[in-house]
Ligand binder design. Sequence first.
Ligand code: NBY
Length: 827
Amino acid sequence: MTENRANSTAPVTAPQHSVEGFVKEFLRELHFGQGVTLERASVNDEYLALARTVREYLMARWLETVRRQRDAQAKSVAYLSAEYLLGRQLDNALIATDMTEIVEEGLASLGIELSTLREQEVEPGLGNGGLGRLAACFVDSLATMSVPCIGYGIRYEYGIFRQTFVDGFQVEQADTWLTLGAPWEFPHPEAAVTVHFGGSTERYTDDDGVERTRWVPAWDVLGVPYNYMVPGYQNGRVNTLRLWSARATKAFDLAIFNSGEYVDAVRAQTFAENISKVLYPEDSTPQGKELRLQQQYFFVACSIRDFVDNVLPADFDLHNLPDRIIFQLNDTHPVIAVPELMRILVDEKKWDWDEAWAVTQKCFAYTCHTLLPEALEVWPVALLGKLLPRHLEIIYRINDDFLAEVAQRYPGDELRLRRMSIIAEYPERSVRMAFLATVAGAKVNGVAALHSQLLRDKVLPDFSEYWPDKFTNVTNGVTPRRFVRLANPALSELITDAIGPGWLTDLARLREMEPLADDAEFREKFRAVKAHNKQRLSALLQRRDGITLPGDAMLDVMVKRLHEYKRQTLKVLHIVSLYERIISGELDPTSIPPRVFAFGAKAAPGYKMAKQTIALINHVGRVVNDDPRVKGALTVVFPPNYNVTLAETLIPAADLSEQISLAGKEASGTGNMKFALNGALTIGTDDGANVEIRELVGDENFFLFGLVEPEVDALVTAGYHPSSYYEENPTLRRAIDRIASGAFAGGDRTVFEPIVSNLLHEDRFLVLADFQAYLDAQDRVDAAYRDTEAWTRSAILNVARSGYFSSDRAMWDYIDRIWHSQPLAAR
Ligand code: NBY
């Protein structure tokens, strides 16, 4: 049967790569896919037909890529990530297939504008921020590099919430990204996988007389795979992203049919489907919620099962698993995959423990994305044992074996054993997921040089002493396809005119632009690109939010999740200080370059201080923007619902990139890279990947300020007293007093009191300690901006020297240092 099929399979061919070929296919999709004629088609009909048409151009490549990867039996990367912040798909598919012009022309011949249809797409916001966006950049790069990769994750029905502002305060709305149709996904309900939960374990003697354990679960759900195409950039490859959606199992359906308890049965079904219902919007403080653990186990159990049963050949000997797969753990969220693989090998395949552990240890690698101790995931033993009793036993055994080894190397060192135990005893008995990942992983990496160093020295010092070679660094990167080519067509054209198109897949070649920084004509063109991008942003903000941007101003941008360690508050203090100095007559508003301060930030819904900060920014904005004394020198804008789509227009327009986290707290940052690549200069601390950006672009093209990490450490150890900065620095005092006075809250002193008192009495992230250094650096920015030619020169050098921050380079580093996989041979 299969033989026959193989022989008779007709080749899959794409529609003709021409305007006529496209138009024919598009109309066919409109008529037969959407069931409407052109006269009666809505914009959404047209968008869906277009998406399906473009997807047809990718289909033959997709099927061929899957076939080749199967045949080659090459090692694959399985990227396990609870989040993928993909952004819109249409434009990316168009540039990957080189179809943009054909589609533009074809649609125009039907009286349709491509730009109108583009706007119709709702981005899949299946991630919180940097970590989720990084996963999306990585799968893009692997496809472009022809490396076999499957991205595994969760198809949340509701992604990251849509942010609105009511009276300046954040109000969250459900993200209904699926309601108008999801043309980019391919559901396969027939390939659903069963996942078990709860119950207990029992011992038994198997047929060979061996004592074994089995899990007797209490309930189960189905995981339905939804496949997404991940097109490589103009290389004929399309990899797969497989996101899992939870459904009730047959058992529930039967219950509905038999029990007569119809309403209860439906409730049970809803319960099952809740698992993939919503993305947790906490971006750094994990909440030990049961549903979240269910999500984590759900998607990794589906993914391992899928790889073992469907991707590998039926007769595959799992002893060779490490030759065919590396599971890359994107933070600790998928770490429950470790005991799951052990359970499959020991309980289901009936291997010896040691045999299973030897294979498992070669199949995983772990990436850590944080340094904040409160961000390290721990699961209470009580919860884990209730939901996954067998996995808990396996974790205990892994821990016992590991601690026995440690005890052998360090006899009598009880304290060390307690420090290194995967099981924490206080404040409640729980599993430290980062430790489990470190013990099980073949490699552990941080995401920027400084972060990896601090990870070794501060977060996991005992482990890096125990396994020095296990630890490595891979500095993050971003995809130049989405964040330069797609987001900044004007700059892309300028670059391609100057050095040819090769930079898009070999970003280090941007270096070839360096001499052009000294070419006055090129600088003129570069400025024209920036001006064009500012107009494009201005039009978007007008349309999207009714925000009007002033014509000619420096665009100073801070976009990232709202978090205290990122210090949006420091930026607010800068604005308030300028404002206060202007209205008190100390600062002549015409003496500084006009600036637009743009913010974009979502706060976790339960994070009070972050939500207050959002309100403060909006309230300061309202007062400053309305005050005639400021004479347009300062404008604050805060478009709601910052997401990938907005980033694509905002970043290319920016002059100044704010990367002002407290040194030692931001693991890497990736926004910082996007800005530099789009010709913004950075004002930043010595933190995360800022360190490497500054080294590459040069000190003279970067505005560095603030304490360095060892100074932060020393200051905190010595005892930090924020109020002393307030008392000793009149500029700071006046800024804080103005906020405290209620001037930004209609005279109400209570509204922002928590922020003020936090700054004065706690200030965990040393905002006040860095305040003056930040203001001084901003004065240097103003001075530099006045010299237009020198500023442009710096901006060009930022672009030319940032090629290192391509996610392609990051992927090569993972291949060399961690995966040791080979890309498929070129065709
Ligand atoms: O990962 C970010 C880091 O803060 C940033 O410095 C780095 O550049 C980026 C990529 O490596 N981390 C991040 O975005 N983390 C999360 O989004 C996140 C999401 C969920 C949870 C924790 C962290 N959680 O526990 O639920």
